[in-house]
Design a protein around this ligand. Sequence first.
Ligand code: ADP
Ligand code: ZN
Ligand code: ZN
Length: 716
Amino acid sequence: MTHVIKVVIPRPVWQAYDYLLPDSLSSVDVGARVRVPFGRSVAVAVVVEVATRSEHTGQLKSVETVLDRQCMFTPDLLRLAYWLASYYHCPIGTVIETMLPTEVLRARPLIVEPDFEWMAVAQEQEVEFKRAKRQQEVWELLTKHSAMPDAAIRKWGAVRSVLNTMENKGLIRRVPILPKYKFKERGIKPTQEQETAITNIVAELDNFGVHVLDGVTGSGKTEVYIRVIKEVLEQGKQVLVLVPEIALTPQTANHFRDRFGSVAVLHSMRTNLQRFEVWCRVASGEQRLVLGTRSAIFTPFKDLGLIVVDEEHDASYKQADSLRYSARDAAIVRAHDLNIPVILGSATLSLETVENINRKKYRRYHLSARPGVAKLPKFQLLDIRGQILQGGMCHSLIEIMRHHLDRNGQVLVLINRRGFAPSLICHDCGRRVTCQDCDVRLTLHEYPRRELRCHYCDRRYEIPDSCPDCQSTRLVPIGTATQRVVETLSEAFPDVPVRRIDRDAVNTNRKLEQTIAAMQHPSRCILVGTQMLAKGHHLPNVTLVAVLRADAGFFSADFRAAERTAQLIVQVAGRAGRAEREGEVWIQTYDPEHPHLESLAKSGYAGFVKTELISRKSAHWPPYSHLALLRAEGINSDEVSAFLEQLLTQVQFTSTETLGPISASIPRLSNRWRCQAALVDSNRKRLHESLAKIARVPMQRSKIRWSIDVDPIDMS
Ligand code: ADP
Ligand code: ZN
Ligand code: ZN
């Protein structure tokens, strides 16, 4: 009997397509790949259903080849794909395309041999090699050693053909090398709080549940993950650990390797082939402990038993284009589907997670202190009203730094702007130099060369000799950014090394690792950087953290900016006082009475969360409502706005509230005009019904690009 199969093609298509599976081809499973004719070309597609007939009335095309015998898209991933498509209102074809590594889409076969070693097979009689000298050498080598990895024996000089001949004669055989997971204590004894979290989570390993590890920076959250992971591995199951940043993976990977002996690493910087190989080894069940960034949530596991999401608040879990998914939320959905637990950990929980704890949907474990002697740093505000600033810093801040440096402490300075000065202004007419393609001011850079740069489209400009409006030659840099802070501090402390961490100074992971490694040496130095500083690095010798201008985020129009700013300040502060020496945090501000700053200084992140949740509630923002953002851009600003207006009319008779359209915070980027509108509803289901009305609206004017962002985290 001829079968009909439904396949999803990894292109922006909304539905599955029907094809005939001719008798000449073997049967096929859901989740396998097939090659099918599509339009005028062929495509690799994923089978989502095997049926006996089709609703399609036209003539069906036939499948060309079946690529997989076993299924490479596990049933739970397929369910996740459909969930993502409906939740993010994204074509199922785009979802599948996002989930699969490139090599899978290129039809590479799925089988990856495990690494193996050679062993001699005991013989009943003495083996005679006669003139086969090469074989004799290999035989002598292998009878001396118990086993030798293939790579080692080839390096020694054995060629493949000799080994194969001997294998065929039954003299030697290959044994797969599987990763071994052997747990090492490393002399760490969990604290009482860690123990509570570990026992409670371990008791729930057989069920879905979201366990939140709310632990201050340096409180040993990783140790809790490790102890729970140990139990899951001992049950023979697999574990996925998600981390937000590639920059963190080497550090974290080394840590896990040290404790378990083996860990597979998946992140987007690895080559396609490497990613694909890890993917296969996880699918086969060979690799059981996987550490990865966002897209690792799409790895097919044979028997997944636990997902850990470290730094769950981190914005990089959300993809900013195409399928705008949150890997944290996808992790929870996948865990629910598999009936396994998830651990979310952070020192600065997202407000969504806090609200889910308050509603008793998630369980919370608190790690309130750092183990051993390390103490949490104190926050202090430094009022700079009326003070003279030098490179953006007041005199007393420089004196505080001197105090720490004199005692051989290290100093961290957070200034969340790269470059030398954020704008160049005409001293006579007040004109600021802006980008020709975008509505933004140009940033002055002094290093590696003096120029103006647009931080949005990356266009670079020579520094003009005079003002284009009034021809004055008095153009002056206004404000401060990382390079200027470095310059000022190098002058103030000529004998102290000053390092810089921002996207310009450390554009590779290796450079970042080198800078962080240099800081491990307990000699005095200053590190100036942007938010790159905040990412979980361990800097045990830092005793002072100074925050410049970070409070600017408390005045932004984006309702999430305050949350992001508080998280940034607390995370950077968390780098201080991680070892024996106590740390201090100073926040320079023009606005010391700001409620957010006051609550942060008085009661830390928890204090901030309390005040911020109240204001979110009164403004009806998430987590007290559900939100989706519609963004559109095109070459004519009126057309873009009119287009969004028209989209919104689709939901005008529903109870979903609409906001906008309004210009985006940067109305023009790379010469395209940008507008946005928002849909808000207290009922999630209703919001999705409204979005469904819009999602498939065909593009009226092909010149306009538009998108839906569900649960946006960046409102710009
Ligand atoms: P977090 O991830 O919560 O910021 P880490 O897991 O990096 O904190 O832990 C900070 C440091 O404390 C690490 O060096 C870790 O080895 C150490 N540590 C964790 N738990 C304990 C413990 N129970 N006793 C002693 N040291 C611990
Ligand atoms: Zn001028
Ligand atoms: Zn620009």
